[in-house]
Design a protein around this ligand. Structure first.
Ligand code: SIN
Length: 298
C-alpha cells in the first residue's frame, strides 16, 4: 500500500497556517507553525506529503504531542510496524519504540544504540519501512544529532559503468548481522529469543530500487543491515559494498540534524539512510519512534 492510497480522509477540518522552509543543503525542510495536536485537514496533509517526497526529511518544530497523537498522525501514512525488540516498546503503545540511552534500576529503558550504523529502517524485512517519525522527549546538552544521506543522489552520481553492473542485482539484509557490535559506551542489547529471531530472517532486496511515489531510483544498501551481494564471491561482494557505503555518505549528500526540544522528524526510508551520532553516555537522550510500513522494493 503506498502512502497515496493509505490516508484516511479527514473532512470538515479548518486549515492551519504553516510554512515549509527547505534547508539550504542536500535534503530536508522544516515545517513551522503547524500543530499536530490539532486535526490536519486533507489539503494541509497533502502539502506535508508533498514536502516529505520532495525533501525526504521534514522537521516539524515544537510539537507538544502525546504518543497517541504521534501514532494517529503516523497512521495517516500507512500501517505501523511493531519493532522486534518488545522490551523497548512504550507501555500501552506498542507502535512506539523508545530510543534512549537512559538506564533506570539497572535496565535500559530504550534502545540506546538505534542508528549506530548507517541504515534504512527495517530494510531487513520483506516490507521495509516507508518512513519513520522520531519525536524528541529528552535531549542531551551535547551531541545526539541524527544524520541523513540521500540515496537518490548516491545512485545518480555513481559512474555509469557501475550503475550498469549493479542494475538487476540483489543484496541480502539481516537484522542480526551487526546486532551485537557495540558502538556507544554503556548501551546493551538483549539476547534475541528464538521467537524474535524467527521474525528477522535474512531477506534479499534489489540493490537499486525505484521509489514507488516519486519514481526516482535510489541505492538500497547500508552498512547496518546489508551483508552481501547475491551471486558475487565474498571478497568481491565486500569490496563493492564498502565502495557503495563510502559513496552513499559523501558530505555533499548529508543533512545533519541538531535536535531542538519537541522536534518531530519524519524521514523517508526509501530515499535516505540515517545514522545516530551518539552523545556522552552520562547525558540523557530519549525519543519516541513510529515506523510506517512501505512496499516491497522493486
Ligand atoms: C534510529 O535509527 O531510528 C534512531 C536515530 C537516532 O537515535 O538519532
Amino acid at each position: 500500500m503506498s502512502a497515496a492510497t493509505a490516508f484516511p480522509s479527514v473532512a470538515n477540518i479548518a486549515p492551519q497556517s504553516f510554512d515549509i522552509r527547505p534547508f539550504s543543503g542536500a535534503v530536508g525542510a522544516e515545517i513551522i507553525g503547524l500543530d499536530l495536536a490539532r486535526p490536519v485537514n486533507d489539503l494541509d496533509f497533502s502539502r506535508i506529503h508533498r514536502a516529505h517526497l520532495d525533501h525526504h526529511v521534514v522537521v516539524f518544530r515544537d510539537q507538544r504531542i502525546t504518543p497517541e497523537q504521534q501514532i494517529a498522525f503516523s497512521r495517516r501514512f500507512g500501517v505501523l510496524q511493531i519493532h522486534v525488540l518488545k522490551q523497548f516498546l512504550l507501555a500501552g503503545h506498542p507502535e512506539i519504540l523508545i530510543v534512549s540511552n537512559i538506564i533506570e534500576n539497572g535496565q535500559s529503558i530504550g534502545l540506546g544504540d538505534a542508528g549506530k550504523f548507517w541504515h534504512s529502517d527495517l530494510s531487513y524485512k520483506e516490507l521495509p519501512s516507508l518512513g519513520s517519525m522520531l519525536h524528541a522527549q529528552e535531549l542531551p546538552a551535547e551531541g545526539g544529532d541524527t544524520l541523513f544521506a540521500d540515496l537518490h543522489k548516491a545512485w545518480d552520481s555513481l559512474p555509469h559503468v557501475l550503475r550498469k553492473a549493479l542494475e538487476g542485482r540483489s543484496a541480502a539484509h539481516s537484522y542480526t548481522a551487526r546486532y551485537s557490535e557495540t558502538k556507544f559506551e554503556g548501551n546493551w542489547r538483549p539476547t534475541l529469543t528464538p521467537e524474535q529471531l524467527a521474525q528477522v530472517n535474512e531477506v534479499v532486496h534489489p540493490i537499486v530500487r525505484t521509489h514507488p511515489e516519486n519514481g526516482r531510483k535510489a541505492l538500497f544498501v547500508s552498512e547496518g543491515f546489508t551483508t552481501r551481494i547475491v551471486g558475487l564471491p565474498e571478497d568481491e561482494s565486500q569490496q563493492l559494498l564498502a565502495e557503495l557505503y563510502a559513496h552513499s555518505v559523501l558530505p555533499e549528500n548529508i543533512y545533519r540534524h541538531p535536535w531542538q526540544p519537541h522536534d518531530l522528524v519524519f524521514w523517508d526510508n526509501r530515499s535516505l539512510i540515517h545514522l545516530a551520532a551518539g552523545c556522552p553516555s552520562h547525558l540523557r537522550r530519549k525519543l519516541y519512534r513510529t515506523t510506517i510500513q512501505g512496499d516491497a522494493p522493486y
